[in-house]
Design a protein around this ligand. Structure first.
Ligand code: ATP
Ligand code: MG
Length: 470
């Protein structure tokens, strides 16, 4: 058996693969996660630029997040507007979903998962089969029945709730949500994950007893969205928006100001007023309709959208509840979307420099990257990697699965540091020259605030204890 024949040879960082197996063996019974070796990661990033452009159907890589994500092997184009999400991206996305789950469940959201394939009958009932035109991916089954790949789920969820018969008023508000793939045959898929034809959305649908109650729920969900963006450290603007083809009476968008954003926003310099230009007519555009202050323009990336729907869909599908007098009343609905994959790309877009990816700390695929000494150096003999890893896991258990070892020890530390800087791990630990001191001193770079510290092993552990991981 592979594990039995390897024994740890005592070197410090020496023979990483061997040390790795040693760790695996010694902690087999404790169910420890293996330290991950960078050399083993699937991170293809050697696609030729012209092949890349051909696959994304563009003549140039038009935005920073798309270019960085392709170059760093985070995504790979599959066909126009569709991407393979590679391991780093999937880890970040899973973290984002955990964070969203926590917030949605804290306001009483219950997670469901509805089919992507939906019958045309649903869409014909709401008249959106025709309204959505070419945006809808349509297909037929073997019986020539029409279907589409859902771009959103108002129809499906309302029918689902209607099928339960009369809910009691005591069961409301009902907040159902899911995180699923959505399909839209966008006229201009571009900017990588920012505008895809197949992408992930978190969509929540709410059912309430009255308009008043629905507005309370609307505020509850909007505040939860604020909480999500605050935890990500992303500065957003909440703007009044146009309900568009979804319909309804009240709507807001969460926008991240960015030059490449496709939405035009107007923000008041004096009060909190902010709106998507779509919702305003030209006459009003120089002064704030609320305080007459000066309006300034900005571009934004829409990352979330909230709608109060009223009874538009509950009426069509008969989603009602029985009130205190046992009379059936139509539910008042709301729907709320977060662009999961768009948020990842938009965060990279607004936080990164031209060459270096920066993540919201909570979403970084790995929190820590450890760079070992160069092969054949004196330093190599001065560090016991398995012991270091053990101590780290014992002292900072939340870092399980979060530490990546850059074991490409044939490369200089500088070269590996450049790669680590590009990938944006919040913390890089370097076993450099000062590892020869007594006690050994490590360098730790905090990429999100640019700080560098020199600490002993204990100092590092102490420092890392404060890391938050979702
Ligand atoms: P846009 O105006 O950018 O086309 P939308 O208003 O049509 O978006 P919604 O129907 O409000 O989008 O969908 C909810 C959320 O899903 C959006 O706020 C956005 O974050 C995300 N989203 C929408 N379309 C896409 C897409 N093509 N690719 C990635 N994310 C998307
Ligand atoms: Mg929208």
């Amino acid at each position: 058996m592979e594990l039995a024949i390897h024994s740890y040879s005592g070197g410090l960082f020496k023979n990483l693969a061997c040390g790795f197996l040693y760790l695996h063996r010694s902690h087999f019974h404790h169910g420890r996660t293996k330290p991950l070796l960078l050399s083993r990661l699937f991170q293809p990033s050697n696609l030729q630029e012209d092949r890349m452009l051909e696959l994304v159907g563009q003549s140039e890589l038009t935005c920073k997040s798309q270019r960085l994500m392709l170059q760093a092997g985070l995504i790979q184009p599959a066909n126009t507007g569709c991407f393979h999400y590679l391991p780093f991206t999937v880890r970040a996305m899973e973290k984002l979903i955990r964070l969203i789950d926590k917030e949605m469940q804290s306001i009483g959201g219950q997670k469901v998962n509805m089919p992507s394939l939906t019958s045309a009958n649903l869409w014909k009932a709401s008249e959106r089969w025709d309204l959505l035109g070419k945006e809808l991916f349509r297909l037929k089954d073997r019986h020539s029945m029409d279907y589409c790949l859902s771009p959103t789920h108002e129809e499906a969820v309302t029918e689902l709730v209607a099928m339960q018969g009369n809910l009691s008023y005591k069961q409301l508000p009902l907040l159902l949500y899911q995180v699923t793939r959505k399909f839209r045959d966008e006229p201009k898929p571009r900017y990588g994950l920012l505008r895809g034809r197949e992408f992930y959305m978190k969509d929540m649908y709410t059912f309430d007893v009255s308009e008043e109650a629905a507005k309370v729920t609307y505020k509850l969900v909007s505040d939860a969205y604020t909480c999500v963006f605050d935890q990500l450290g992303l500065q957003f603007v909440k703007v009044q928006a146009d309900p568009g083809s979804i319909g309804g009476k009240l709507s807001h968008e969460f926008q991240l100001p960015a030059e490449i954003g496709e939405d035009h926003l107007l923000m008041c310099s004096d009060c909190h007023f902010a709106a998507n230009v779509e919702t305003m007519n030209a006459v009003e555009t120089t002064n704030c309709p609320q305080c007459d202050g000066k309006l300034r323009e900005s571009r934004g990336i829409e990352v979330g959208h909230t709608f109060y729907l009223g009874t538009k869909y509950s009426q069509i599908f008969g989603a009602s509840y029985s009130n205190t007098e046992n009379k059936p009343i139509l539910s008042e609905m709301g729907c709320f979307g977060l662009g999961v994959t768009r948020i990842l790309a938009a965060a990279i877009e607004v936080l990164s420099t031209e060459n270096n990816i920066r993540w919201p700390s909570l979403l970084a695929p790995y929190q820590v990257c450890v760079i070992s000494p160069k092969k054949g150096s004196k330093e190599e003999l001065n560090i016991n990697q398995p012991e270091f890893y053990d101590n780290l896991m014992d002292t900072v258990p939340q870092l399980h699965g979060e530490v990546l070892f850059d074991d490409r020890s044939h490369l200089t530390i500088g070269r590996r540091l450049k790669d680590a800087s590009c990938l944006g791990y919040p913390y890089i630990i370097i076993a450099g020259k000062r590892i020869l001191e007594d006690p050994p001193i490590f360098e730790i770079k905090c990429q999100n605030n640019g700080r560098t510290m020199f600490l002993t092993q204990e100092g590092i552990l102490d420092f890392l204890k404060n890391i938050q991981v979702v």
